[in-house]
Design a binder for this molecule. Sequence first.
Ligand code: BGC
Length: 563
Amino acid sequence: MPSGKNEWWRDAVIYQVYPRSFSDSDGDGLGDIPGILNRVNYLDNLGVDAIWISPFYDSPLLDGGYDVADYRLVDPRLGEVSDIEDLLAAAHSKGMKIFMDIVPNHTSSEHAWFQEVLRSEPGSPAWDRYVIKEGKGSNHELPPTNWQSVFHGDAWSPLVLANGEKTKYWYLHIFDSSQPDVNWENPEVRAEFEDILRFWFDLGIDGFRIDVAHGLIKDQSFPDINYDSIPEQELLGEPILTPFWDQDGVHEVYRSWRKLADSYDPPRVFCGETSAPSPERLALYQRPDELHTSFNFDYLRAGFDAAKLKTSVDATLLNHKLVSAPATWVLSNHDIVRHATRLAPGQSEHPTIMPTPENADRGLSRARAATLFTLGLPGSTYLYQGEELGLPEVLDLPGDARQDPVWFRTQGKELGRDGCRVPIPWSGDIPSYGFGPGENSWLPQPDSWQNLSVQAQESGDTTLNFYRDALAKRREEPATGDGELEWRMDEFTIANDSVLAYRRPHPTQPLTCIMNTDDGMWKVPQIFGTDVLVASGPEVAVVDSGDGEHLVIGPETCVWVRG
Ligand code: BGC
């Protein structure tokens, strides 16, 4: 990480591991914790500062592990708690930190608490740990509110007891019906989650990514929502105001969690998966006594559009500055279409068909440019496993292989998120391409992935080597990471609204990041110099057209230059 900054999380590069798809040590087709351990050297050589591992808890896997059955157990298919200790030791010996995921908005319906609900009387203390309400209608046959699940369909399901007895009650599940929402009004719930944090902090975990951090508190008047007045609700509960997102009471929870994290030496760290209706509301989560950082989804949605990217960077930096918090940046994760596909020309945020080969190539060029642009911004950056290989989204998975609840709850009308979760190709020319010792992988990998494996990209001008190069430069260059950003847009001698340029000041080693989002070459004004530190694509040249040397950068390309 760049030198001179003492709080590592302010400018770290954090690599997201989706454990079931990363590396399989035993050949059962499911990635596991020993698999991650085998790849610690790879991650160290890649040049990341920390690893965030998506949930590896005991889970029935009805939502890829975000349905937790026991928060103090590792899914036996993935390993055991001692494997996490080994992984911590290995990562820490390389100076890398480990974040894990906490899922506090809901448990799995197989969690002991929910099972207790199903075996106890209405109104018993066990019921108060979940959001359970009487149905409407003369026979309570209607849900208590009209709230819709993020995964589509009603957000309430009738509560049927373990003995088969129907009740007049419904339980809330903002996500899948196998993920009942926990009642954060109940002090026992608060105490239990702090105890879970303590359990993992004591083990040496450096921090937590908080799942659906904005969702814990529900408006206790349980009003209906006027869905006609708001844009269509999108996956992951986008920045719309609802009675179950971004309620003021949620901040009290994080103030208490922060005290807990600060009681450790070194202090532990949080990053919220936080969607708020405005950058101002988002910044509230990063007040000095709350979460250290939050994901910044506004930037992720800006696409490959120079004006939108600039607007998002400006709003983000402004609002984070107000609360003295560093920004975070991310382009891909386990919930969204991989950015090599999403940024291809003509694609939407939720594409359904593969881009043409030509557009796929452009998607990759744009993705690499966007990555370099992102790595230069002030703050910390999250990378998602496989983006360093330029992996595309797999849009043509067979229906019977798909496992995302979104696919099931929309009866296949929406593909869901399996396409960005296909197991990583590491080596070889037959499936599972080194993901595991044999052929098994829980989702099938495309044939073309043999050319995208880590082994296939070890040498030459590959996306993997571009990431290694960019991450090494980010580490070496003292101007990157936390600090100031100055736009250099007014220095263009040729007006070009497809180009973005910002400078990271430093007394002796300033650098400027220039991105050309246009599909043509761009002659860079001489004032930017010609000393290229790293480039996202091959078409970068120093030319002299008679008026002295200047840089020319190719279409959809980003460079860092000294100065
Ligand atoms: C996670 C998703 C998950 C959902 C419910 C999210 O925001 O990132 O993968 O399905 O929360 O837990």
